[in-house]
Design a binder for this molecule. Sequence first.
Ligand code: PLP
Length: 491
Amino acid sequence: MDVEQFRKAGYLAIDRICEYHHSLQERSVLSTVKPGYLKDHIPLAPPEEGEDFQVIADDYQKYIIPGLTHWQHPSFFAYFPAACTFEGILGDLYSSSITNPGFNWTSSPACTELETIVMDWAANLLGLSSAFSHTSGVGGGVIQTSASDSVLAVVVAARTRYLKDHPNTNLEDLVIYTTTQTHSVGSKAALILGLQLRSIEVKAEDEFSLREDALRNALQDDAKIGRKPFILIATIGSTSSGAVDNLADIREVVQDYPYLWVHVDAAWAGVALSCPEFRSVLHLQDINAFVNSICVNFHKWGLVNFDCSALWVRDRKKLTEALDITPIFLRTKQGDAGVVVDYRNWHLGLGRRFRSLKVWFVLRSYGVKGFQNHIRKSIVLTQKFTSLVNASDELSLVTRPSLALAVFRVVPKREGENQVTFSTESLNNLNRDVFARLSARRDIMLTQTSLNGIFCIRFAVGATRTNEGHIQDAYNIIVEEAKSALKTWKS
Ligand code: PLP
C-alpha cells in the first residue's frame, strides 16, 4: 500500500469507525455467532498473492464486526468497562503510525519524555503525593500493559529488595500475601515466579476489606513456621464487589513489618481518586503516606483505550535494580550517564508502545473537569440502578454499592414480609437461573460472581454512552427475567 492508497483506505476506515459508533445503540451487545464461526469465512493459510485492500476492509465489516462483543454499547454492564474515546483512538493511530518502541531514551526521546510527563499529570489528577512523581527524582510512573504485568513487575522488585536485606532467605519460604478477594493478579504472579501465596480470609461483615487483625494474625502465624511474607497486594475496589482494603489498618501493621512491600491494586477504582469526594473512602491519605506502589488501569473506567495500566512506585530504583539487564547493544551515552529514564528497566518486556500519546490526548481534551464528570456520571447512574433495586419487589443488593458497581441478587419479597427464609442453595439456584436467562439475551450483558457462597450478579457502569434510559431498561429486563425464573422456581 502506498501513501495515496493509505489515505483512501484511512478515510474509509475513519468513516466506518464513525458509523460503527453511531450504530452501537441499534446493535445488540452480544454477538450471535457460534464457536468456530470464523473458520467458515477465512482460509487456513494467507493468500499467495497480495489482495486488494478494499476487499480486506470489507471482510472486516462482514466477518469481524458480527463476531464482536460490543464493550462500548450503552447496555454493557459486564466485568468492568473498557474505555474507548475518540481521543484514545487517535492517540493509538498516531502511535501506530510511527511505531517507536521506546525502550530507552535514545530509541525514542519523545516516547520516554511524554510518558514521564503524563504519568506525573495522572498522579496529580488522582491526588497522589509528589513522592510518586518523576519530578521527585526518586519515585515515578510507567505505563504497563495490564495490572497483571504491574503486579509481576513489583513482585520481582519486592523480592529483590527482600533478598538484598535478608540474603540468607530460602526462596521456597517467600510468600506473596493477598486476600480472598484479590484479583487473580496475585496468584498469577505466584504461579509464574514459583512463589507461595497466602490468601487471607476477609469477612462479609467487614465488607470484604482486609483489617488489622487478619493481617497481623497471618504475619504472626507465618513467622512461627519460618515463612517470609515479602509483599502484600492490597485492593482498592475489588472485582467481585468493589471492596476496599483498610489501608489505615495495614499501615498500622506495616510499622511492625517494614520489610513488607505494600502494592495497591486500584486497577478499576483508582480513577475515582480524581474526584476529591472519593479520596477519603479510597484511603488516599494512606496511599500517600506509606504504600510502595499503586496501579490504576486507565483503560478500564479512565477514558484511555486499552491498553494503559499506570503503575507508580515510591522508589523507582527498586524496580530498575530488579529488572535492569543491559547488554552492550542496549547501552547509550545518556543511559550510562544516568541522566535519562530508560523504561526498559521498569517492566518485563523490552520494546514498548507509545501509549502516553493517548493519555495526553485524553487528559488534554477532557481536562480534569471532563474526566471527573465521566466518573461522577457513572456513579450517579449506578445510584439510579441501586435505588430501583432497593424499591423492587424482586431484587436485593448483596453488598453496599461501591462507586459504579452494584452487586445484587433476586430474593423474593415473601422472605421479608412473611419472615420466610430460603436456603442459600435454593436462592443460589434461583439466581443461577436468572443469570442464565439474562446471559441468553443479546441486548444486555452482565457478569456473575460469588461472595461467601452467595451467587450474585454484578452491574458495572462506565461506558461513555450509557444514560438513565439504559439503566431503566436494564432494570426492566432484569425484573422481567427474575419474574420468569420465579414462576418455575422450586424453593
Ligand atoms: N485488578 C482488579 C481489581 C481488576 O478488576 C482487574 C480486572 O478486571 C485486574 C486487576 C486485572 O487487570 P488486567 O487485565 O489489567 O491485568
